[in-house]
Design a protein around this ligand. Structure first.
Ligand code: 4AD
Ligand code: MG
Length: 476
């Protein structure tokens, strides 16, 4: 019978002989194959009877080769594993030139592995990260499914820029060299594929709102695209966003939902992915040892995740946060690149990190931001200058979630759009929601890769998505 490595290592296998297919991770003493098939971080040891195996075959058992092994599962003679396979036959399915194979059994830099992203999931670190990513995706759907949400697929190609930041990728089939022009000499998008200007979505929120206002509780989980020229360890041009949207829910309910949701999905991986988490935790501990004491983390990876699951997020208004920042040491000593002088300042990531990492030392929900630094759709507070926005900030990550209670009053929304020069004609359908049975509603967006970064302890967002898209880079 055929098994996976995971099955062989964790289940009581009674049927013998067994068969397995996988890739050689290492071969030593012409005898011991470390075999991996992706089903677990662990390899299974396969012991080759080298005296009775063709020399030509032994030569072809190289790192990276795909093999089909038949044999007996036996209690291991050696240390380090409970069981091993006594190989009775081995077939080389695909050779791998040991001189050329990029993934040698040694430590590679993440930069090198990014250039070989098509092979990097053959390493322990990247296979662990991708299994965790998969597990977290499942936990996302599980959470919403168990809590009465419907999964909605919002369009990837849209005519709108939900965030109004102008950071969209155009979708067009016009001839870039010779586009049709209108009477004013501008590109005539009426002649384009969709008969109007269109772009890749930056967020599924606006469409999700339409479904919340009929199905009640919905969420989207799909790719989003931003043409912002940010070359940081936390920005991608293509990333996955989770966006729940709920009718009759206010900002306080939104905070409760976001906190409960994050605790649930992180709790899921603690329960189901302990081996991968332990591997990544040890990887980080080794990395930390090379750092000076003062820069080392006080908690291990699993402790950090548990801390989030077990403790309440701190809820702080923007106004309180500004007070804290104004009076903070780095502000007074002018250590921030952007000195906080007065209420109304936009928070930079250095400020967010100070709040979560130095001041509160836990996840923080900041709410009630100044209206003019947030998107048009957020509900205006009675004070007339703040909106019902919330950002959730995480240690080591910064902004993980951005959300708000939505402006449900037609006139207030129209006024806001006018002030920001957002076309009512374009968003006629969005305004209709405020005409026909409008109601309080709220939602948020969580950047999935930032969650995976937190859950895996990886320091660069390019290392938690299979094929990162960033400025000047769309390889693979
Ligand atoms: O704060 P943002 O821009 O909010 C929205 O798009 C809202 N429409 C969401 C909603 O209310 N439904 O983005 C939400 C989250 C951020 O908090 C961040 O985690 C992530 O998306 N994000 C990015 N992740 C990776 N790369 C980028 N360039 C990102 N931009 C935002
Ligand atoms: Mg945001």
């Amino acid at each position: 019978m055929s098994y996976t490595v995971s099955q062989l290592l964790t289940q009581d296998i009674t049927f013998q002989p067994i068969e397995i297919k996988g890739w050689v991770r290492g071969f030593r003493s012409n005898r011991f194959i470390a075999l991996n098939d992706g089903s677990t971080i662990n390899n299974i040891q396969c012991v080759v009877d080298f005296e009775n195996t063709d020399e030509a075959i032994l030569k072809r058992i190289t790192t990276g080769a795909a093999v089909h092994i038949k044999g007996e599962l036996v209690e291991s003679q050696g240390k380090g594993q409970k069981v091993e396979i006594q190989v009775t036959s081995i077939e080389i399915l695909g050779d791998s030139d040991p001189e050329e194979y990029p993934i040698q059994p040694k430590k590679h830099t993440f930069e090198f592995l990014r250039e070989n992203a098509h092979l990097r999931t053959r390493t322990n670190t990247f296979s662990a990260v991708m299994r965790l990513r998969s597990s977290l995706s499942f936990a996302v759907h599980k959470y919403f499914n168990e809590n009465g949400f419907y999964y909605m697929h919002t369009p990837i190609i849209t005519g709108s820029d939900a965030e109004g930041a102008g950071e969209t990728f155009r979708v067009s089939t016009l001839d870039a060299k010779n586009p049709p022009l209108d009477d004013d000499g501008n590109v005539d998008y009426k002649k384009d594929f969709f008969g109007k200007e269109s772009n890749l979505t930056v967020s599924g929120q606006l469409e999700a709102e339409t479904f919340a206002m009929s199905l009640g509780k919905v969420y989207t989980f799909g790719p989003t695209f931003r043409a912002e020229n940010s070359n940081t360890t936390r920005h991608l041009s293509e990333f996955w966003m989770i966006e729940p949207e709920v009718a009759f829910m206010d900002l306080a309910g939104n905070m409760d939902l976001a906190e409960d949701f994050m605790k649930s999905v992180l709790g899921y991986i603690l329960e189901h992915n302990s081996e991968d988490l332990e591997f990544l935790e040890n990887r980080l501990l080794t990395e930390e040892k090379s750092k000076p004491q003062a820069q080392r983390s006080e908690m291990s990876l699993i402790e950090k995740i548990k801390f989030v699951v077990d403790n309440n997020f701190k809820r702080v208004s923007y106004t309180e946060a500004i007070d804290i920042l104004k009076n903070s040491k780095p502000n007074k000593k002018k250590k921030f690149n952007y000195i906080i002088e007065e209420w109304g300042a936009d928070l930079q990531s250095e400020h967010e990190r100070f709040l979560v990492e130095k001041h509160f030392k836990c996840p923080v929900i900041l709410f009630d931001y100044p209206a003019n630094i947030k998107a048009f759709y957020m509900r205006l507070n009675e004070d007339g200058k703040t909106v019902r926005a919330m950002d959730i900030l995480f240690p080591g990550i910064g902004e993980m979630v951005g959300g708000s209670q939505r402006e449900e009053r037609l006139e207030v929304l129209k006024e806001k759009m006018k002030a920001l020069d957002i076309s009512e004609e374009e968003l006629w359908w969005y305004l209709d929601l405020r005409k026909y049975g409008t109601a309080v509603h709220s939602g948020f967006g969580l950047g999935f890769e930032r969650l995976v970064m937190f859950a895996t302890g990886m320091g660069n967002i390019r290392d938690v998505i299979p094929y990162p898209r960033t400025p000047q880079n769309a390889e693979f």
